[in-house]
Design a protein around this ligand. Sequence first.
Ligand code: ADP
Ligand code: MG
Length: 230
Amino acid sequence: MPDLSVEHVAKAYPTRSTPLTVLRDVSLALSAGENLAILGPSGSGKSTLLYAIGTLDPPTSGTIWLGGQNPYTLPEAALARFRNRNIGFVFQDHHLLPQLTVLENVLIPALADGAPTGQQQQRARDLLHRVGLADRLDHRPAELSGGERGRVALARALVTAPQLVLADEPTGNLDHTSAMAVARLLLRLQQEEQTMLIVVTHSIELANLLQQRKRLDDGRLLDYGESASP
Ligand code: ADP
Ligand code: MG
């Protein structure tokens, strides 16, 4: 049984007139160590799908299973804990907190359960070492390049050792060289940690680094290269 199973997920946003249907009958499955790229132009529903899988915004219908649990059945506080422990997020603009150091930023997901343990602090340092920032622990985000901020965001996404990492255009704001370096690093960490990884992107070059490619077309998830039904 896969560790992540997305079953017949649909999403429609309410509007003043007819609801806006963004996802139609999306299904996918992933196991530990697997990665998947989801391609699609702007507005095709990539972020909507990632937010639904990330337990941030429930689908209108369909079910998501992660590690044998349907997270949307959990009460709010338990859902937040579940998300924090099981899912790491990498966003396009990284969302680092400017007043915190690099090390403190990486430890943010670990703060949900109180002060970070010594073990969590050690893991944060270890991850920063692995992304090549061991000598930048006390720096603030403003003192880093875009690519370095991206690498901090990777360490932060992995600090709780999540089962699943979700990346939304993780290199979208970087120059080409930095973007590909951050993407390769993300994949290396994912392989080392044997997490599941989904990257949504409009970049075929980035998507080509991943094991599998799918694309969103009119709300449906198709194999990349497959044409929509006539
Ligand atoms: P992508 O990430 O592929 O650019 P999104 O998932 O952000 O696409 O958006 C898909 C569609 O859903 C767009 O048409 C967008 O305007 C619409 N949409 C996204 N979020 C909302 C919302 N909260 N309310 C209404 N419409 C939304
Ligand atoms: Mg988006």
